[in-house]
Design a protein around this ligand. Structure first.
Ligand code: AMP
Ligand code: ZN
Length: 113
């Protein structure tokens, strides 16, 4: 989608700091990190959210999560990490191209609403 921010990042039209790339996924640093390590993992193709990709290609969804696990390993988040996929208005999702947040590098505390 030409007007999608994360499609623009995948295509290289919008700059990003790459962490990991696989055949169908791309991982890059969040512009406003909420933890010492804050990486976003996206499918290279445009899907709105988890439900969209799960309904279309569950194998691809597995690749996104496998990439997130690999990012946590690469970032040496040995103390643990948090993986979040905001979905819809109540979650505060602001970019409607599926992305998984990988957060770590400090004690993240309890998940607060
Ligand atoms: P969400 O609220 O789950 O939709 O998360 C969107 C995330 O994208 C936020 O954490 C933003 O800081 C991040 N973000 C927005 N624009 C950019 C960008 N150009 N490069 C990297 N991360 C971005
Ligand atoms: Zn997109």
């Amino acid at each position: 989608m030409s007007d999608c921010l994360f499609c623009g990042i995948v295509a290289g039209r919008i700059p990003s700091t790459k962490v990991l790339e696989t055949d169908r996924t791309y991982a890059f640093r969040d512009l406003h990190p909420q933890a010492p390590s804050h990486v976003l993992v996206v499918p290279k193709d445009h899907y709105v959210d988890l439900a969209d990709l799960a309904a279309t290609d569950p194998t691809y969804l597995g690749e996104v999560f496998a990439a997130a696990v690999e990012v946590a390993r690469m970032e040496k988040l040995t103390g643990g990490h948090r993986i979040i996929a905001n979905t819809g208005p109540d979650s505060g999702q602001t970019v409607f191209h599926l992305h998984v947040h990988v957060l770590g590098g400090r004690n993240l505390g309890v998940l607060a609403g």
